[in-house]
Design a protein. Structure first.
Length: 319
C-alpha cells in the first residue's frame, strides 16, 4: 500500500483557505500562522506537481485541478472524522448520545413507546430529537446533525428502508362551509377556502410545498397548531390519519368528501446517516423502531378489520 504524501493537516489547510476566503482567515480559523498555512498548500502543490490556486486580480481562486482536490479532500476529512467517531463509540461501549431527525407526520404512538423501550435498554444514552418538516430532515442528514432519520423522502447519497405507510386525509370542522355543499368537492372548491400548511423546517424551503393554490393560506410552524386551527373551524388541511384520530373520533374534524384523491398515501423510511459507522446503541434503536412500527401497524389493521366487521354486521338484516 502506497504511503500518502499529503497529511490530513495539509488537506485541512487547503480546505480552510477555500472555506474562509483567504490565507489570513484560514490561519485565524485554524489557530496557525499564515506562513504555516501557505507552506502546507505549497507542499500539496509541489509534492503532487499541480497548481491548486491561480491569481485573478487581487484574489487567489481554485483552478480546475484545485476544485477536484477540494472535493476529494473534503470527502477524505469527512471519512477520517467518521472513523474517529466510530472508534470513540466502540471504545466507550454504547453511545452517550444519539441524534434523530423525525418528520412531524411520524405517529407519536410509535415514536414515544420506541424511545421509552430504548431507554429501558440503554438508560444512560441521551436522545436529541429534531422534529422536522420536509426539507429539514434531509438537511439534518446532509449536514451531519443527526445519526438517524425518519422521512418520506430519501436524500441523494443515502439509503433507506421502508418503516411504515401513512394515510393522509383532507379534513375540516364538521360545520365548515366545505361540508355544506352536499356534493363531492373539487379542487376549485378547496381553492376558495383557507388552507392550513406546516412550514418546511429546512433552510432552503420549497416554495411549491403547498398542495393547493388557495386564495387564503395560513403557514404555521407546528402541526399541533395547524390541527387546532382546523378543529376550530379556521380552514382545511391534509393530515396523517394517525395524527388526528382523537379529533375524528370526537367529531372535531371530519374528512372532506373530495371527488378525486380523497386519500393520499406515502411511505416513511428509516435512514442512517452512515450505516457502516453505526454504533450498537443506534443499531438497537433502529431495531426497536422497526419492531414498534410493525406492532402498531398490525394493531391498527386489526382495529380497522374489527370496525369493518361491526359495520357489516349492523347492516345485515335478521329474519
Amino acid at each position: 500500500m502506497a504511503t500518502p504524501r499529503i497529511t490530513l493537516e495539509q488537506w485541512r489547510a487547503l480546505l480552510q483557505v477555500v472555506d474562509s476566503g483567504g490565507y489570513a482567515q484560514a490561519a485565524e480559523a485554524l489557530h496557525k500562522s499564515q506562513s504555516a498555512i501557505t507552506y502546507a498548500v505549497q507542499q500539496i502543490e509541489s509534492r503532487l506537481g499541480v497548481k491548486a490556486f491561480e491569481v485573478q486580480g487581487r484574489k487567489a481562486v481554485l483552478t480546475a485541478t484545485g476544485q477536484l482536490l477540494y472535493r476529494r479532500a473534503k470527502a477524505l476529512l469527512d471519512e477520517a472524522a467518521g472513523l474517529e467517531r466510530a472508534a470513540g463509540q466502540l471504545s466507550a461501549g454504547w453511545e452517550a448520545e444519539l441524534r434523530l431527525a423525525v418528520e412531524v407526520i411520524f405517529p407519536n404512538r410509535v415514536l414515544l413507546p420506541a424511545l421509552a423501550a430504548f431507554g429501558e435498554v440503554s438508560p444512560h444514552t441521551r436522545i436529541e430529537l429534531i422534529e422536522s418538516v420536509i426539507g429539514g430532515t434531509s438537511e439534518a442528514l446532509l449536514t451531519g446533525r443527526v445519526d438517524l432519520a425518519i422521512a418520506p423522502v430519501i436524500p441523494q447519497g443515502f439509503l433507506g428502508e421502508p418503516l411504515m405507510p401513512l394515510k393522509f386525509l383532507a379534513v375540516a370542522h364538521p360545520d365548515h362551509p366545505l361540508h355544506q355543499f352536499g356534493r363531492p368537492l373539487t379542487s376549485t372548491d378547496l381553492r376558495n377556502h383557507r388552507h392550513l400548511v406546516v412550514r418546511d423546517s429546512g433552510a432552503a424551503r420549497d416554495p411549491g410545498q403547498v398542495s393547493h393554490d388557495a386564495k387564503q393560506r395560513w403557514v404555521v410552524s407546528q402541526m399541533s397548531t395547524s390541527i387546532q386551527a382546523v378543529a376550530m373551524g379556521y380552514g382545511f388541511a391534509w393530515f396523517p390519519e394517525e395524527k388526528i384520530t382523537d379529533e375524528l373520533t370526537a367529531g372535531r374534524l371530519k374528512a372532506l368528501p373530495l371527488r378525486d384523491g380523497a386519500e393520499r398515501h406515502l411511505t416513511l423510511y428509516l435512514i442512517f446517516a452512515d450505516r457502516d459507522y453505526a454504533g450498537p446503541g443506534l443499531l438497537r434503536l433502529a431495531e426497536i423502531l422497526r419492531e414498534t412500527a410493525a406492532e402498531k401497524c398490525t394493531a391498527r389493521q386489526a382495529e380497522m378489520d374489527a370496525a369493518g366487521h361491526t359495520s357489516r354486521t349492523r347492516k345485515t338484516k335478521v329474519y
